[in-house]
Design a protein around this ligand. Sequence first.
Ligand SMILES: [Zn+2]
Length: 126
Amino acid sequence: MVHVGGFSRRCKLARVPITVMGYRCERCSHEWIPKNFKAEPKVCPKCKSPYWNRPRGKAMMTYEDFRTKIQDTLRKAGTDLTWTDIRTTAGLPQAFPNNQWVYRMEKDIGLERQKDKNGIIHWRLK
Ligand SMILES: [Zn+2]
């Protein structure tokens, strides 16, 4: 005797969804499967955006925007500020300052940072 019911039940159990890993563009929501995962794609294959893997809001702040905000905030305050003070006053989205930008600002706008005896870093303009 052949148990047809048991056979069809096995068939059903064998059907499982398979998730394929791929990339998704933050700009146009295009999803694609790369040929390999060795290197991150440089641009989205559909909209060609190089910012395909960066959420829209964060990619908008350039070094120039950042520098201007820091400069304005320190000038208006007229005194030393900590990163937290600057961040709060200027409404900056970054939790931590980008080190490369900080070095550039030391050259560009004469930013100085000095650590006090409590280990707190004070930001000021020369
Ligand atoms: Zn895209």
